[in-house]
Design a protein around this ligand. Structure first.
Ligand SMILES: C[S@@+](CC[C@H](N)C(=O)[O-])C[C@H]1O[C@@H](n2cnc3c(N)ncnc32)[C@H](O)[C@@H]1O
Length: 296
């Protein structure tokens, strides 16, 4: 990302470091990591809040268990198996009126992507599940493919995958009598995509299915509609997104809130990774970070 790193945490990846700096962490503050993952961000927040408190939230119970192990040497945090869109209810349950910072690092973690059972990656032959929350959500990606008609499936591939061949791929999937799984989807893509574009097309189609399976945009929109009530004056929201639609949603909502004088924007343009960072972490190439601060 393109701003000055602090000396305090030079060893960390730049994007992680910048998101922490932009949370403006106070030692006695209350912070929310709304997308806990394996707790990388949370651990760094906890290092800076001896007398504060951290709430970590994730829809994925396996991630919660692993993060809990990672953070076990701290006693000033609590983890929730839930969606960040329910932060308001979580705060009511804890009798907390408002917090000093909220971090969202959207999308999926490498841990989820590399799991060979969950269907997030085109690299592992498995069922096409793709749910973040296997306990609560019943709609897997393969059920969505079976349930949706051609028009709807095309829309998802086009809107969430930005895939040019959306219609052809959706049509072949709907007409196929194969069992739907990772392998059958990649072999259909192979039939309509020149060899050199295949990997990118797999990624776009899998991304689109994941976003729809988890209703990711709905969760984001619902959270953005009331997060300012959950922040103390001066408290910050830091959002890192990896998809142009997500970034657009965040951008427009923060702009509206700025016009209503509910928040100020810390940067006019989003922060993006430097070329150096992209070279060491390819997945960071589409990252955009936006920061808003509640006006009190
Ligand atoms: C990019 S990873 C976060 C990585 C994390 N910052 C770390 O340092 O390990 C995104 C995480 O957000 C979770 N997630 C996605 N949507 C969510 C939602 N609506 N509520 C809570 N967690 C969500 C995913 O399950 C995944 O674990």
């Amino acid at each position: 990302m393109n701003s000055q790193p602090s000396t305090q945490s030079r060893h960390l990846p730049v994007m992680l470091m910048e998101s922490l700096e932009n949370l403006n962490i106070k030692n006695n503050g209350i912070y929310v990591d709304g997308t806990l993952g394996l707790g990388g961000h949370s651990e760094e927040i906890l290092k800076q809040i001896d007398s504060g408190f951290l709430l970590g939230i994730d829809r994925d119970s396996e991630s919660i268990d692993l993060a809990n192990k990672r953070l076990s040497s701290y006693n000033n945090y609590k983890l929730f198996h839930d969606s960040y869109q329910n932060l308001k209810n979580i705060l009511i349950e804890l009798d907390i009126k408002a917090v000093d910072g909220i971090l969202l690092d959207l999308g999926l973690s490498s841990f989820q992507l590399e799991n060979n059972q969950r269907g997030f990656s085109h690299k592992h032959s498995s069922e096409l599940d793709m749910r973040f929350d296997k306990e609560i959500d019943s709609n897997t990606a393969d059920k969505i493919i079976k349930k949706y008609d051609l028009k709807n499936l095309t829309r998802i591939f086009r809107e969430f995958g930005e895939e040019r061949n959306a219609y052809r791929i959706a049509k072949m999937i709907k007409e196929s009598d194969f069992e739907i799984n990772v392998l059958s989807i990649t072999s259909i893509i192979d039939k309509v995509t020149p060899y050199r574009f295949r990997i990118k097309t797999y990624s776009r189609i899998f991304q689109a299915l994941r976003i729809e399976t988890n209703k990711e945009l709905e969760h984001l929109e619902s959270f953005l509609s009331d997060f300012t009530d959950l922040l103390n004056p001066g408290g910050r929201l830091v959002v890192i997104s990896y998809h142009s639609i997500e970034d657009r949603i965040v951008k427009h909502k923060l702009k509206d809130l700025k016009n209503e004088k509910a928040i100020k924007l810390i940067f006019k343009k989003p922060l993006i990774p430097t070329n150096e960072e992209i070279q060491t972490n390819k997945r960071s190439r589409s990252a955009k970070m936006r920061v808003g601060e509640k006006i009190g």
